[in-house]
Ligand binder design. Structure first.
Ligand SMILES: NC(=O)C1=CN([C@@H]2O[C@H](COP(=O)(O)OP(=O)(O)OC[C@H]3O[C@@H](n4cnc5c(N)ncnc54)[C@H](O)[C@@H]3O)[C@@H](O)[C@H]2O)C=CC1
Ligand SMILES: O=C(O)[C@H]1O[C@H](OP(=O)(O)OP(=O)(O)OC[C@H]2O[C@@H](n3ccc(=O)[nH]c3=O)[C@H](O)[C@@H]2O)[C@H](O)[C@@H](O)[C@@H]1O
Length: 446
């Protein structure tokens, strides 16, 4: 099939490359000419494991191309809308202006009978607006939310847990739309990936509800970590024991600094705003609590840092390990690590940040922080080390690796990934979250 992918960011570039690897002829369209020129030359404009290999394969087979001009979508049978839907700058609502612009532009170029498939995460009711933006274009519409995670996006796209097709069940064209989607995803369906067909509102809500559930699970275990600190219990052991119950499961129970990124935070706020508009107070209140528990973890980490510095971080040299919002990505959107680093810098500390992949993105945006390419340079002379993003190389750190570099052997392990006993035996003071030591109220204002 000939397919276009409109919007080639963390979602769209991976989607385009994986569709080409399945045998389709794909053109990715993006308004960012720098991104397009990198993609067209086979370079990933961001770090995503496995993406460059797929871009190279797509380029070599001639099945994958990228462009800024919508002209190239004319021959395509299916168009995927993958543009950003960030949080509005002035409210909790999703900003749909990119989606509107992309849809209106697509409508001018899409051939009659082609199928427009939304993939961006949108508030319930958006598909009706997309239909209106398509105007007189003689195209069909479907909504096919995406569940991939950054860092494992290629694998998640090639082996997804499920495919959700939102279609207009009252429309005579629905069977043809389903056939088109089945043809797109034929290799996945043959491999047994479950396929769920539903109406538009359900498809929109499935995506928001799934992200809200993941966020809920994370804030739940982070609330438990606060309880563990108050009660002298250990949240890592608590989570491990809870997770052994298959009804609960181990995943998304790692307590610590909480969630960030370009999706979960903005999606729960958008979900909250949707619930308010629909008059469903329970979801509004619930999402508000999930959000505030999550943001509260950042305050708690900053408070622990201040406590370990004797009550104030003013003038102290602090090393921060991690800038990306999670390991295996260079994405710094709503990064909890950078949020804590900035709070500590604002409180008067000299903060030196390192990260295996995200330094370039971070140093352009935050000139008030010092960035170092290596762990050794970041730790040199540090009076306190904060492990804020659990990259493998930080999880596997041993006290000997940095003991000679730091000024004081003191560590905040905000992801609870280090073996505290090993570090304590080596003479370090180590604090995690939910380890049975209360975060002081006085410092919590930081
Ligand atoms: N990043 C992820 O892991 C996932 C993201 N999503 C959703 O996918 C959507 C996209 O997210 P990301 O890829 O992370 O965002 P992103 O910001 O990385 O990419 C969006 C891309 O759209 C391009 N764009 C904006 N307006 C355009 C237009 N009129 N025409 C063509 N291109 C245009 C931008 O230049 C940018 O490259 C969001 O709704 C997000 O919630 C869903 C699942 C996973
Ligand atoms: O809609 C989206 O864009 C995507 O959002 C998340 O994916 P992603 O943001 O890539 O990252 P996750 O792996 O889910 O992690 C989110 C945050 O939770 C944190 N986290 C995760 C797991 C955990 O146990 N503890 C924890 O604090 C991570 O550090 C990270 O900051 C969802 O997992 C995807 O299914 C969804 O498609």
């Amino acid at each position: 099939m000939r397919i276009s992918v409109i919007g080639c960011g963390y979602l769209g570039a991976v989607h385009a490359a994986t569709l080409a690897s399945m045998g389709h002829v794909v053109v990715g369209i993006d308004t960012d000419s720098h991104k397009v020129s990198q993609l067209a030359r086979g370079f990933a404009p961001f770090f995503e494991p496995g993406l460059e290999e797929l871009l190279a394969e797509g380029g070599a087979t001639g099945r994958l191309d990228f462009a800024t001009s919508m002209d190239l979508v004319r021959d395509c049978d299916v168009h995927f809308l993958c543009v950003g839907t960030p949080q509005s700058k002035t409210s909790e609502l999703a900003d749909l202006t990119y989606l509107e612009a992309a849809t209106r532009s697509l409508a001018e170029h899409a051939k009659a009978g082609s199928v427009v498939v939304g993939k961006s995460t949108v508030p319930v009711g958006t598909v009706r607006r997309v239909r209106a933006w398509l105007g007189e274009a003689e195209v069909e519409l479907a909504w096919n939310p995406e569940f991939l995670r950054q860092g494992t996006a290629v694998k998640d796209s090639l082996v997804p847990d499920r495919l959700v097709y939102g279609v207009d069940d009252g429309d005579a064209a629905a069977p043809a739309v389903l056939r088109a989607l089945d043809e797109v995803y034929a290799p996945l369906l043959h491999a047994g990936v479950p396929r769920l067909v539903c109406n538009f509102a359900t498809a929109e809500l499935i995506k928001s509800a799934a992200n809200a559930y993941l966020a809920t699970k994370l804030s739940y275990i982070n609330a438990m970590s606060e309880l563990c600190d108050a009660a002298g219990a250990d949240v890592t052991q608590l989570a491990a024991a809870m997770g052994l119950d298959p009804r609960i499961g181990q995943r998304y129970l790692a307590a610590g600094l909480g969630f960030g990124g370009g999706c979960l935070p903005k999606d729960i706020r958008s979900f909250r705003a949707q619930a308010r508009e629909l008059g469903v107070d329970s979801v509004d209140g619930w999402m508000g609590l999930v959000d505030s528990i999550n943001v509260g973890q950042r305050t708690r980490v900053a408070a622990v840092a201040a406590e370990l510095c004797g009550g104030s971080v003013v003038g102290r040299r602090l090393a921060v390990l991690g800038a990306a919002f999670k390991p295996d990505t260079d994405d710094i959107r709503d990064s909890p690590a950078l949020d804590v680093a900035l709070r500590l810098a604002e409180a008067g500390a000299h903060v030196v940040v390192t990260d295996p992949k995200a330094i370039n993105n971070a140093c352009m945006r935050y000139p008030q922080l010092q960035f170092e390419a290596t762990l050794a340079a970041a730790c040199e002379g540090a009076e306190l080390v904060l492990l804020l993003t659990e990259w493998a190389e930080y999880r596997e750190l041993s006290p000997d690796d940095i003991a000679e570099l730091v000024a004081q052997p003191v560590m905040v392990d905000a992801r609870n990934v280090l073996d505290r006993e090993v570090w304590r035996e080596a003479g370090w003071t180590v604090r995690g979250l939910g380890t049975g030591l209360q975060v002081p109220e006085a410092a919590a204002s930081l």
